[in-house]
Design a protein. Structure first.
Length: 239
């Protein structure tokens, strides 16, 4: 492994919205190709990579609930959206010669394999890059919670959350330009302040399993590799 890399095994959390690029809906091929390229570069540094991907570029379950619909049905639809994104990302990685597969928290045997911790560990140890889809497999939980859960199950050294901004702020910097930005902050302080970088269940699970969370911008080319080497602009959540 590259001597300058800080973590041997990571869980990369990519939001569905990140895949939009300049599009209003769906997947921007340019963005997903760039993400696949950076994952390939991380692998070449000797890093084992697992990915949890969201589905907000296609469907968000909370949008149904906001209009008075059935939240459970909406969340199930959102899980299916993550499967579509995962399949697209795996195909982009395979086109680069990366051995990768989709593992789903919900059973869709004609499309992809069901997740089990034992099989996932075996695949990753054999050099495969895994994309975890379907969230936790349960409604009312976000893909952030899925990321923290999979990171704990896979014994990941860190969760790298690729977001729309370059770290954690005291408020949305797009709305409040003078919002305070944190270079480092503890899990407990994130929970105490109610900062919206990840949902509370995800942050609490990461804290309880002593997993640092590194927040960086998905829109900065090369940011993933910089973060892996302890460089670039990000916020580290650690106790």
């Amino acid at each position: 492994m590259d001597a300058g890399v800080k973590w041997r095994r990571i869980l990369l959390k990519v939001s569905g919205e990140a895949l939009l690029g300049d599009k209003g809906f769906g997947i921007d091929p340019v963005v997903i190709e760039r993400i696949a390229t950076e994952i390939d570069e991380a692998r070449q540094c000797g890093v084992e990579v697992g990915i949890v991907i969201g589905g907000g570029n296609i469907f968000r379950g909370v949008s149904i609930a906001a209009k008075g619909g059935n939240r459970i049905t909406g969340d199930h639809m959102g899980m299916l959206a993550t499967v579509m994104n995962g399949l697209a990302l795996v195909e982009a990685m395979k086109s680069r010669g990366i051995s990768a597969r989709v593992l789903s928290a919900i059973e869709i045997p004609a499309v992809c394999e069901m997740f089990t911790q034992r099989a996932a560990q075996k695949y990753m140890e054999s050099g495969e890059t895994l994309v975890f889809v379907g969230g936790t497999g349960n409604p009312l939980f976000t893909t952030d919670s899925a990321a923290a859960l999979r990171a704990a199950e896979m014994n990941c050294d860190a969760i790298l959350k690729a977001t729309q901004v370059d770290g954690i702020y005291s408020a949305d910097p797009k709305i409040e330009p003078n919002a305070e930005r944190f270079d480092t902050i503890s899990h407990s302080e994130v929970l105490k302040r109610g900062l919206k970088v990840m949902d509370t269940a995800a942050i609490a699970l990461a804290r309880d399993n002593s997993i640092p969370v590194i927040v960086f911008s998905i829109h900065t080319p090369g940011a993933l590799i910089d973060v892996l080497h302890g460089k670039g602009r990000s916020t580290i959540v650690t106790d």
